[in-house]
Design a protein around this ligand. Structure first.
Ligand code: SF4
Length: 366
C-alpha cells in the first residue's frame, strides 16, 4: 500500500475519500502546472525582495515563457499582499513552512500570511483556470488548523480572513475570493478534518466517488472509480436524453455528473468516446468543438531584423514571441501583422448546459 499523502492542497479529496490519501506519488504533468509553479516562484521572490521585477520574455524551467499575462497575474497577487502588510506593525510571512505540524498534514506552506490589526490573513495564489472559493476552503482551513495546533497563530488572533487570488479563473468575474470569520466559528469543520486524519492514519481506506475523483491519481487502483466511470458511460450511451428529461432536474444533475466524469477522463477511457465525438457520434450533453486560435511569432530572427530595420531599439529581441510583447516594446502593428502566423485552435470537448440542450444547441462558437 502506498504511503499516506496527506497534503493540505488535496484535502478536498482525502476529506471525502480516505482511499485517495494513499494515491501514488506524482501528479498530472501539464503546461498549466508548470506555469503555476513558475508564477508562484516569481511571486515569492518578489515578496522576499530577491528580484525586482517579473522577467517578461524569459523562458524558465521546462521552457515556460514568462509572458505579459503571467506578469499581470503575479503582480496582482504581490501587490495585494504588499497592501495588506503596509502597516509597519504588520507581520508578513511568505512560503514559510510550519514546523511540527500536529495533524500529520504535509507540507504546510501557505503562500503568504499577514497578521495585522488583530486579523490573520491567509492568502493563496492560484494560477490555474478552475475557480476556487475562499469560503470554508479546506486547504486554507488545514493551514489554519496546523497554525493553531502549533501555536503559530498570534495569541490575540480573533478574526481570520482567507483570500484566494486567481487571475486566470474561467468561471468567476472576480480575481479575488475572500471569506472572513472568527476562529471559534470553525470548531465543527476543524473537528471533522481532525477525525478524517485520524481515521486515515488508523488504516481507513473508505472510498467515495464524486467530482473530486477528477484530480485523484489513484484511478488505476480504485475499483469504485472504474465502477463509476462504467456507469457514466452506460448512462451516456443509452440515455434517450430529451427535452423532457432535461427539464427533470434530478435526472439532469445525475447525467451532468456522469458526463463531467467522462469529460475529465477521456484519456483514461481510451480513445473510443473521443473518436466517436469527432466522427459525429452523439453523446447527450457533450459537444466537440474547435478551440480558440492563438497568434504566434514563427520566426524570432525576422522580428529582430524588422525591429532593427524600423529603427526600434528593443532589448533581447530574440525573446519576443507574441504580438502583444512586440507591441508593448513599440514595434509597429502593421509590421507585426505581416509576420504573425495564426495557428488553428485545438479540438476540445465541451459540456452543454441545460439552456443549450433545451434550445437544441449543438455547436460551440470559437
Ligand atoms: S478515484 Fe475517487 S474514489 Fe477512487 S481513490 Fe480517488 S478520489 Fe477516491
Amino acid at each position: 500500500m502506498s504511503p499516506l499523502r496527506l497534503y493540505a492542497s488535496n484535502c478536498f479529496q482525502w476529506f471525502k475519500c480516505h482511499l485517495s490519501a494513499r494515491q501514488p506519488k506524482g501528479g498530472i504533468k501539464s503546461k498549466t502546472r508548470n506555469e503555476g509553479r513558475i508564477a508562484h516562484r516569481l511571486a515569492a521572490q518578489l515578496l522576499l525582495g530577491k528580484i525586482d521585477a517579473v522577467p517578461v520574455g524569459h523562458l524558465l524551467d521546462d521552457d515556460v515563457l514568462v509572458d505579459d499575462e503571467m506578469e499581470s497575474g503575479v503582480m496582482g497577487y504581490v501587490n495585494f499582499v504588499r497592501a495588506l502588510g503596509i502597516d509597519p506593525r504588520a507581520v508578513t510571512q511568505v512560503e514559510k513552512s510550519l514546523p511540527g505540524d500536529p495533524l500529520g498534514i504535509r507540507p504546510v506552506v501557505p503562500d503568504s500570511t499577514v497578521f495585522t490589526d488583530g486579523t490573520l490573513h491567509i492568502i493563496e495564489f492560484k494560477y490555474g483556470f478552475r475557480a476556487v472559493s475562499a469560503r470554508e476552503n479546506l486547504q486554507l482551513l488545514c493551514y489554519l488548523l496546523c497554525m493553531i495546533g502549533i501555536k503559530g497563530v498570534p495569541n490575540n488572533t480573533e478574526h481570520v480572513k482567507f483570500h484566494i487570488i486567481q487571475p486566470r479563473s474561467f468561471t468567476t468575474n472576480s480575481v479575488r475570493s475572500s471569506w472572513s470569520f472568527e476562529v471559534r466559528q470553525i470548531a465543527g469543520v476543524a473537528e471533522s478534518i481532525r477525525r478524517s486524519v485520524e481515521a486515515i492514519k488508523s488504516g481507513s481506506t473508505m472510498s467515495k466517488t464524486g467530482d473530486h475523483c477528477l484530480y485523484c491519481t489513484n484511478h488505476q487502483n480504485c475499483e469504485a472509480y472504474y465502477r463509476m466511470v462504467g456507469d457514466a458511460v452506460e448512462i451516456a450511451e443509452n440515455s434517450q436524453f430529451s427535452r423532457s428529461l432535461a427539464k427533470d432536474a434530478s435526472c439532469y444533475i445525475v447525467l451532468r455528473r456522469a458526463l463531467s466524469i467522462i469529460k475529465g477522463n477521456f484519456e483514461m477511457l481510451g480513445s473510443d468516446i473521443n473518436d466517436g465525438i469527432w466522427k459525429g457520434k452523439r453523446y447527450p450533453g457533450i459537444v466537440g468543438y474547435q478551440g480558440k486560435s492563438h497568434a504566434h511569432w514563427t520566426d524570432r530572427k525576422v522580428v529582430s531584423i524588422l525591429a532593427e530595420a524600423s529603427g526600434v531599439d528593443i532589448k533581447k529581441k530574440e525573446e519576443i514571441v507574441t504580438p502583444l510583447q512586440a507591441k508593448s516594446r513599440g514595434l509597429s502593428s502593421s509590421i507585426i501583422e505581416r509576420f504573425t502566423e495564426v495557428k488553428p485552435g485545438q479540438l476540445k470537448i465541451g459540456l452543454l448546459n441545460a439552456k443549450e440542450i433545451l434550445n437544441g444547441t449543438t455547436e460551440r462558437k470559437t
